[in-house]
Design a protein around this ligand. Structure first.
Ligand SMILES: [Zn+2]
Ligand SMILES: [Zn+2]
Ligand SMILES: [Zn+2]
Length: 498
């Protein structure tokens, strides 16, 4: 793209095009050369260079005003690179603790229990541009829709070609866009997204029932096994959510039991999961016509990879394909995949994190596909599914991005509390040298009644300085991690993607 554009001003991280960057730079320079810079920087550092810190004020027992900052804890990289990165790392901790155990209060025994890595995709609502060969979950790159494969140079009833001879790049904007918008079933797409949380809930019930039945049939007490899981929702290129989950079998009563042997193997668990995912359905009314019904179900691309101990090669074969995942792999690799997904933002599709109104749809800077989804949501909202109108900003998805059963692993809250306690301890150590230890408790003083003062930095310049610092830290961590990975040279697992 060499089109002539007006001379663009300086590019600053997190600063939109519409803002005059000269002013921002002035603010940055003023801050950097100010008297209070050191203490401001320390405060920004204390919240990991959060882009939207929340400022709390309160008076201590001597009547002195105290100010503290806390993180915004926003999951979206677009809003806060630092908190988003932290969220991803916490997700990693959560998944890894549940898969491999040995930290955050999870026993190492969990590593020997049957575990399956599951990916559930949405069904097709019409052909879209893709990098994946249909039905091939190994994610091979190739021609989008080869005419041989679809039975010649066929056109849809609207005259649009149903073939595409392009090999799309990962960041090609055509990816996920329908070959014909008129053929694409937008109502089906939106209803699937809307009902996905309930479909998942039914899936977990179906799975638990199926396992009980199997145990009974094998003459085993069906109450000896408990199903634990963590699930993460990812938005595919076609702007529809799909689900990644780690499912684990535990002893029913004592989660820490070390000598437990599951009556169901990981391979058997994978087969049962496949069956449950393929049979679970949900029948809903099409709000546009009272008598019309829709059956909501998962797509046929259901991937289950049993995670088995390396020492047991007989159990390595998965029902779908040969999985070569060893015990050391899932803990780290699966955790990393899932951690990456959670920070994927709707902003990638041009949707801001804020709530949208139907009137804004025509003016949004989004693809025609996303606009058509938004328009369908709006139509459904007007047809009686009123509630969905409040979920335009999530493209109709109303569930949690991450969720887990209680026993699967530690919690985000526990991870945050653990970190806060650690930080407090560090600050106490430092302040013990600097100040009178009887007057300075360091960190957030529990005796002060804190009140919300403001959210965000006082100027875009301050915000830019912190975002720059946050991005530098993230980059440093990434470089260190990559060096470590190269050192390990572990094989990669592939997960299907649309
Ligand atoms: Zn933040
Ligand atoms: Zn294509
Ligand atoms: Zn068509």
């Amino acid at each position: 793209m060499n089109s002539v554009r007006p001379l663009r001003q300086l590019e600053l991280p997190g600063v939109p095009d519409t803002v005059d960057t000269t002013r921002v730079v002035e603010q940055m320079v003023r801050r950097a050369s100010s008297m209070g810079f050191e203490s401001w920087w320390r405060r920004a550092e204390s919240v990991g260079f959060c882009a939207q810190p929340i400022q709390l004020v309160g008076n201590d027992e001597y009547g002195r005003e105290q100010v503290v900052w806390t993180r915004c804890n926003n999951r979206r990289a677009q809003v806060c690179p630092s908190c988003s990165d932290l969220y991803a790392r916490d997700t990693w901790q959560l998944v890894h603790a549940g898969a491999a155990g040995g930290h955050h209060g999870m026993p190492t025994a969990v590593a020997d229990r049957p575990q399956v890595f599951l990916t559930l995709t949405a069904p097709s609502f019409g052909p879209v541009h893709t990098t994946t060969t249909a039905g091939d979950s190994t994610h091979k790159h190739g021609v989008c829709r080869d005419h041989h494969r679809i039975g010649g140079y066929r056109r849809c009833p609207h005259g649009k070609p149903m073939w595409c001879s392009t090999t799309h790049d990962q960041d090609d904007q055509h990816l996920g866009q329908p070959l014909c918008q008129e053929c694409y079933d937008y109502v089906g797409h939106v209803l699937f997204t809307w009902h996905l949380p309930e479909l998942w809930r039914r899936f977990t019930i179906t799975l638990r029932r199926a396992l009980r039945k199997e145990l009974k049939a094998a003459g085993v007490d069906p109450d000896v096994v408990r199903v634990s899981f963590i699930k993460i929702v990812e938005l595919q290129a076609r702007a529809i959510p799909h689900i990644h989950a780690l499912i684990r079998l535990d002893p029913h009563d004592d989660p820490d039991q070390t000598d437990w042997e599951s009556p169901i193997s990981a391979g058997e668990l994978a087969t049962t999961i496949q069956h449950a995912a393929r049979t679970v359905t949900l029948t809903v009314n099409d709000p546009r016509a009272e008598t019309a019904e829709r059956v909501i179900a998962f797509g046929t691309q259901i991937d289950t990879q049993p995670i088995t101990p390396r020492s047991d090669p007989a159990d390595q074969a998965s029902p779908e394909k040969n999985s070569t995942i060893g015990r050391s792999l899932p803990g780290r690799r699966v955790a990393r995949y899932l951690a990456k997904y959670v920070t994927k933002s709707l902003a990638d599709l041009g949707i801001s994190a804020r709530r949208l109104s139907a009137e804004a749809i025509p003016d949004l800077d989004v693809s025609e596909h996303v606009r058509a989804i938004l328009a369908s949501i709006s139509v459904l909202a007007d047809s009686g599914l009123t509630e969905i109108g409040r979920w335009l900003h999530t493209l109709g998805f109303r569930g949690h991005i991450t969720s887990k059963s209680r026993r699967y692993s530690t919690t985000m809250t526990a991870l945050r509390e653990h970190r806060a306690a650690w930080t407090r301890e560090q600050q106490l150590k430092i302040s013990a040298y600097q100040h009178d230890p009887f007057q300075n408790t360091g960190g957030v003083d529990d005796l002060v009644a804190w009140a919300f003062d403001r959210a965000g930095h006082i100027s875009i310049g301050d915000r830019t300085l912190t975002i720059t610092a946050a991005l530098r830290r993230i980059q440093q961590r990434r470089t260190a991690r990559e060096a470590l990975q190269q050192h390990r040279r572990a094989p990669l697992i592939e997960v299907p993607d649309g």
